[in-house]
Write a protein that binds this ligand. Structure first.
Ligand code: NAD
Length: 490
């Protein structure tokens, strides 16, 4: 078996170091419930040292202006990631609980390929835009606009897709010329610390440009957000934490970029193929056990067709294997932690309490006594204000709602504080697009289309976030605008 990639050190100012007080904490495999090793538990002193290093590297090196060098370093990083691809896959499986199958897509291969997109932007982006000479209140002026890196970026990530989200933030931030302090999620420290080691040992990225902190405590993230020498916070996580981050960032008025939660809906119009609709929903709740911010965890189906829909989802689920995530034929692994499993089971109980019907699943699979597993679950019959309809569950749970036509379906889909994603299925493509246009979401899938990719801006409306990750727009999040005017004398 391929060895795991572990590291119990932080990366601060180019050096791999233990936490300042020597503290470590345990990393647990969610499929075996076994401790697989330890990670450094960063302190407030480590936060200060990492930010000071990032500040100095930004202010005193040519990282922010040497576009070609940044592109070269990012390509080295991509090569280093690919060189250790097999070990990465095992590590993601071991600490995230994600099925190895998913490392061949969104958990590893796709985000690693996306580093190239950032590298290309670093050297081809037009950092200067000419506005030309104009008569101004101060006479003739030649005006142009410069795009300059924001500065020191604190990147704070969740545990569900750690490599993907770490790269989706770090690669464009570095490509834009920022320096970075990455804070890994408490539950998935090695995805962060090993990335730090590769940067230190296998790239020419200068000391201080990229720093990595791992910690069991959320306070380390909070300290980064409050730090006066951090210019921008790039955060992915829950809406609740996103709100705390805005508050903590307010005294220093730093830029906040937020990718938050979702409660996305798959709208099934009355002419849609029920088999396809069921397949879409079954895939959404089983891929990584529904631990995705943009999954369509609600299905809004025509009134009277719920039984047919549930039956077809059940048939699909019967063919989807749950269990050991190292098994390449497994699609549904465990949840990432016992706390997450209890949270998900709590939502299922709330649905029972509020009069819902657990049509499929609803508990812990009897044949998987070890590991944080929850059965793929389908719930029907809940009112629109039920907790399981309104709140993000982040587990393998589908809530089915009934609609009385296109306008009602749109209203139900939009009846959410979130606005991250959604989908529409119809035999009539134009009709599907008419419905999609009404959805207040940052991404939308029409008839099964997939928007996920390095060149596509991703983010949320409403309480799902502020700003966009990926695409040219995601790169531009890490750039400031500077308007320059030079006096023209003759
Ligand atoms: P979380 O909000 O609990 O934690 C996310 C990160 O924030 C962790 O690194 C955590 O240590 C840190 N943190 C917690 N409190 C903090 C504070 N006060 N100040 C600074 N940092 C703090 O989220 P989670 O449970 O790790 O992840 C699941 C959530 O992430 C879900 O809501 C999911 O929808 C969301 N998510 C969103 C996206 C997206 O792109 N929109 C992608 C993946 C996950």
């Amino acid at each position: 078996m391929t060895a795991l990639m572990s590291d119990d050190r932080l990366l601060i100012d180019g050096k791999l170091v233990p936490a300042s007080d020597g503290g470590t904490y345990e990393n647990i495999n969610p499929a075996t419930e076994q401790v697989i090793g330890v990670a450094a538990d960063a302190t407030a002193d480590d936060v200060n040292a990492a930010v000071a290093a990032a500040r100095r590297a930004f202010d005193e090196t040519d990282w922010s202006t040497n576009h070609a060098f940044r592109a070269k370093c990012l390509r080295q990083l991509q090569a280093a990631l690919l060189k250790h691809a097999d070990e990465w896959r095992q590590t993601i499986v071991a600490e995230v609980g994600a099925p190895i199958l998913l490392t061949h897509s969104a958990q590893f291969d796709v985000p690693v390929a996306g580093v190239e997109f950032a590298a290309n932007l670093a050297e081809t982006y037009q950092y200067r835009q000419e506005l030309g000479v104009a008569d101004t209140v101060a006479g003739k002026s030649n005006r142009f606009v410069l795009r300059e890196p924001v500065g020191v970026v604190a990147a704070i990530v969740p545990w569900n897709f750690p490599i993907q989200i770490q790269l989706a933030k770090s690669a464009p931030a570095l490509a834009a010329g920022c320096t970075v302090v990455l804070k890994g999620a408490p539950a998935t420290p090695w995805s962060a610390s090993v990335l730090g080691r590769l940067v230190a040992e296998e790239t020419d990225i200068p000391a201080g440009v990229f720093n990595v902190l791992t910690s069991s405590r959320n306070e380390v993230g909070q300290a980064l957000v409050e730090h006066p020498d951090v210019d921008m916070v790039s955060f992915t996580g829950s809406t609740e934490t996103g709100k705390k981050i805005m508050v903590a960032a307010a005294p220093t008025l730093k830029k906040v970029f937020l990718e938050l939660g979702g409660k996305s809906a798959s709208i099934v119009l009355d002419d849609a193929d029920m088999g396809v609709a069921a397949m879409v929903s079954a895939f959404n709740i089983t891929a990584h056990s529904g631990q995705g911010c943009a999954i369509q965890s609600r299905a809004i189906v025509p009134r009277g067709k719920v039984d047919e829909f549930v039956e077809q989802v059940g048939a699909m689920l019967a063919g989807i294997k749950q269990g050991d995530p190292t098994d390449p034929s497994v699609m549904v692994g465990p949840l990432c932690s016992e706390a997450q499993r209890q949270r998900v089971l709590g939502y299922i109980q709330s649905a029972r309490d509020e009069g819902g019907t657990i049509a499929i699943g609803g508990g812990v699979p009897a044949d998987l006594p070890v590991g944080y597993y929850v059965e793929p679950t389908v719930i029907t019959g809940l009112a629109p204000d039920a907790k399981a309809v309104r709140e993000e569950i982040f587990g393998p749970v589908l809530v089915v709602q009934e609609h009385d036509g296109d306008d009602h379906a749109i209203a139900l889909a939009n009846d959410s504080i979130y606005g991250l994603s959604g989908g529409v299925l119809s035999a009539d493509n134009e009709r599907a697009h008419r419905v999609a246009a009404k959805l207040r979401t940052g991404t939308v899938s029409v008839n099964g289309g997939m928007w996920y990719g390095a060149d596509v801006p991703f983010g949320g409306y409403k309480q799902s976030g502020i700003g966009r990750e990926s695409g040219v727009q995601g790169f531009e999040e890490y750039l400031e605008l500077k308007a320059v005017a030079e006096g023209v004398t003759e």
